[in-house]
Design a protein around this ligand. Structure first.
Ligand code: KG4
Ligand code: ZN
Length: 364
């Protein structure tokens, strides 16, 4: 089945054509128009600017996705669109575009949840992945662990109680002076910090230790705000001690050490709760997804944990960890199979709870 999928929940306007079937999961095109350069000027996503940029980009992005896939619009059999969660103005652009397109093509319109889509990116690379499994989605807006009993049935069993991991990476990066979003740069800095630790310049007693984001109880919950504040305070203190102005440059070695200590706290905290969840559910399959799943240190840490526990790990390639249309197309297929359809009165919902309430009222 040929699916055209649209994603516009945050700062990427994305569209893809995917071919999905019982024995096929194929990406024919996957076009992403990123707005990061625009938002970098402000140090974060400005919702109003993001919505306008989606309006400008959406028709070009969709047209390119169709032409790069080498198909005609008339061959499309369903249109999938992210309708929740995300920035409401941004979601509405994709939802309204998808509605008109599905209506004009006379094909089903399928509303797709953004978090489930992140997980669904993993379906493309291993046909053996099928529910039940656990999925940890770590992104700029979420850090949640789900028990996936069917491809479209997700039960949250753990989550962050405050900031998302990606949000914390970006904030610490920003305070250090990195361009928004700082996650990928923090990843590289951490690698540098690790090698400084190994090759000597950072003596053992001089290494920073930040608090764990794993909440000290038997839930599978996290809290990243304490860790974030601790790292930010450390940076401010360093600047004061070295008489460096507010936005002044920190020493490169110190930056690498901060990124290293911060990342280690994130990875070991995430793995601690994951281990607990794997033990208590007995689940033998785990998906790691979302923008922060691109982090090389997190990928390694979770892979090592899974090897130790005899758990099969499914993690999308880095190129499919961030927001994209292909992941929406994959989830769209499973929603389609489970009978989900929307009409032209489909709305967008900023939160998953809003979408669930609408579903309960049979509005979706
Ligand atoms: O999933 P995503 O593209 O958007 C949301 O749904 O939020 O995730 C974006 C987040 C940003 O916070 C970005 O800094 C982070 O993913 N990110 C990373 C890496 N690549 C992207 N964080 C840590 N290490 C990376 N390599
Ligand atoms: Zn996302």
């Amino acid at each position: 089945m040929l699916i055209l999928a649209i994603e516009s929940s945050c700062d990427e306007t994305a569209a893809a054509v995917v071919s999905m079937g019982e024995n096929e999961r194929k990406i024919l095109s996957n076009v992403v128009a990123s707005q990061v350069e625009t938002h970098a000027l402000y140090g974060g996503v400005v919702p109003e600017i993001a919505s306008r940029a989606h309006i400008e980009a959406v028709s070009h992005v969709v047209r390119r996705a169709v032409s790069e896939a080498g198909v005609e619009l008339s061959q499309i059999e369903a249109v999938g669109v992210t309708y929740s969660p995300g920035l409401i103005g941004c979601l509405l652009v994709g939802v309204n575009f998808a509605k008109s397109l599905a209506f004009s093509l006379g094909v089903p319109l399928i509303p797709v949840d953004h978090i489930k889509s992140h997980t669904a990116a993993a379906y493309f690379f291993d046909m053996s992945l099928s529910a039940p499994f656990l999925s940890l989605v770590v992104s700029g807006g979420h850090t949640s662990l789900y028990n996936v009993t069917e491809p479209s049935v997700y039960t949250e069993i753990g989550s962050t109680r405050d900031d998302a991991a990606g949000e914390a990476f970006d904030k610490v990066g920003r305070v250090m002076g990195l361009t928004y979003p700082g996650g990928a740069a923090m990843d590289r800095l951490c690698t540098e910090g690790l090698s400084n630790r190994e090759s000597g310049p950072r003596a053992r007693e001089d290494q920073i230790v930040f608090p764990s984001p794993a909440i000290n109880d038997d839930t599978f919950d996290y809290s990243f705000s304490g860790l974030k504040t601790c790292a930010v305070n450390h940076i401010h203190n360093w600047r004061q001690k070295h008489s460096v102005a507010d936005k002044g440059e920190i020493d490169r070695g110190e930056m690498a050490e901060i990124a290293c200590a911060f990342t280690q706290a994130v990875v070991s905290g995430i793995c601690k709760k994951l281990e607990l969840a794997l033990e208590s559910t007995g689940e033998k399959r785990l998906v790691l997804a979302g923008g922060v799943a691109a982090n090389s240190h997190l990928r390694r840490g979770v892979r090592e944990l899974c090897e130790k526990k005899g758990v099969t790990l499914y993690v999308p390639p880095v190129s499919l960890c961030g927001d994209n249309g292909a992941m929406v197309g994959a989830q769209c297929y499973f929603e389609y199979l489970s009978g989900v359809r929307a009409s032209t009165d489909l709305n967008a919902y900023a939160s998953g709870e809003g979408a669930a309430a609408a579903a309960a009222l049979k509005k979706i």
